[in-house]
Each structure stands twice: as structure tokens, then as C-alpha cells.
Design a protein. Sequence first.
Length: 193
Amino acid sequence: MRNADRGPRPATTRFAALTLKGVSGEGRFSGYASLFGEVDLGKDVIERGAFSRSLTERGSGGVRMLFQHDPAEPIGVWTTIREDARGLYVEGQLATGVARAREVHQLMKSGGLDGLSIGFQTVRARNDAKGGIRRILEADLWEISVVTFPMLPSARVSNVKHARWFRDAETELARTLRRAARNLFKPRQPSKG
């Protein structure tokens, strides 16, 4: 039976979290609003491609940046929203002329506020009988909020001050660790003698 044959459906809104990266002094930041394939606290999993139609129709300018999912608390704009292999990648700009946005910016920089969460309406989903997981196949993305408690517990802010320096330092540290691991596990030649 198709949905149209069942009559009107109640609107379902679910929230999922994001990890922020690189909050700059000007209020710019980036990260992932949703990670594909991860189960959130509401037992929802966002599938790859779930936001593609919504993003084509709305674009990043049509998705609101809110504080704690409160429509009365817009705090900035999303400059980039796109799906990639990992999830829903976003870049945002806090409106530092707005008092709440300045507060959010300071809390992000201090680590006191470190999650993001998406607000969307489910368009198509599939329920897995085993485990009670709902797989979101298509979602209409309305907003992405800066929140205290994200739906994905692992969604946390990283690299707050001097984002470029931290990103470069992390990259160099990763290279150093890879070199050390290669040297440590390199097969040794038998000694001659």
C-alpha cells in the first residue's frame, strides 16, 4: 500500500548531531551535520543520499542555523552544505553582531558548547525489524542547530582556537605517527656476521 492510500501522515521531526572543526576568531566553522550509517540515540540512521533532493531544492541558504532548535534564535548562516562519502559536510558563519551568536561563539571556543544537531522531516524511511533501527532514506532538511546535547554522543567540537594551526599540527602529527609505525613494524633484515 502506498502512503497516499493511507491518508495524511503526521509530520515526524528527528535530530542528529555533528562534529565541528575549526571555529575561527571570526565565527566561521565547519564539520559534519550527519554521519552516514551511525545509529543516533533515537535509533535513526541517516543513509547516504538522504539529503540530496532537499539540498538541490533548498541549497545552503534555505537551511537555517539555530540555537538549540529554537526558531526564535537564528544565530548565523550556512555557507556550504553538501553530502560526501562520510556524511553531511557543513560550513557556517556565526552572526557576531547578534548577542546570542557572540555567546555561542565564546562557548564554542571555550569548549562549553560543542554539538550540532539537524532538524528535518522524514520523507522516506525503512524500519529494520531487528534492533528497531529506522533508516532514513530521504529527508527534508530544515535547520542545523548548535546544541548542548547532540543526538550522536560522539559529535563534539574539535580544534577551536587558531583552527588552521591545529589542523596543520594534527596533519603533521599524523604523518609523524605513520612514519614511526612504518619504521617500528618494518621487517628487519637478518644481520650479517
